[in-house]
Structures are given as structure tokens and as C-alpha cells.
Design a protein around this ligand. Sequence first.
Ligand SMILES: [Zn+2]
Length: 114
Amino acid sequence: MCFFDQHRFVCGDWKWGHFRQHCNREYRIGETCGMKLIMQTVPVGQKCKLCERIDTKQRRRAAEVERVNRWQREGARFKASIDKSMDIIRGLDAEIYELSCERNRRLQGIGSHG
Ligand SMILES: [Zn+2]
């Protein structure tokens, strides 16, 4: 079990950082034994890339919903624009769902031996 830093993001996700120290199990020169343990936790003052991508898409989605609401108040003449926006929202929903699944998979993967 070799020791690594752990980088913890404000969203609660984390990733492995720098290698720090070998354990006393056998290993070839320059290699770690494959089992990772946390040497120290380094706080990162931002969200992980995945959560940032999810946030960006959610902001875009909220803006799109706002547009649709505005057009709907204006009546029927914006129907084509509304339909187009609804397509964009559906697309963003699918992308956000995919990113969330990826995040869950990653959390589960890290839960084992990393
Ligand atoms: Zn995250």
C-alpha cells in the first residue's frame, strides 16, 4: 500500500494526487505496489471538472427555460422558437444525466482500490 495525496474538491469529489511514499511491500524500482492509501488531503478550492461541466449545462438549461417562459407569456407567435428551445432543453437533460452517471461511476470506482 503506497501513499498518495488526495485532492478534495468543494463538491465533495476527489482524485488521487502526487505519489508520496512507498510501502515496504515488494515493488520494482520506480513502481508502486498498486494499492493506494492517503498520505494527506489537499483541499482544492473549486469543483471537479465533471461537476463544473454539469453546472455549466444546468445554467444553460435554466437560461433556456427562462426564455421559454418569456416567450410563452408573449403568446403563440414564438411557437417555433419555443419548440427549438424545448429541443435544446431535452438535449441538455440527456447530457446532464450522462455526466451524473459518469460521476456516480467514478465515485463507485474510487470506493474500491482506486
Ligand atoms: Zn465533483
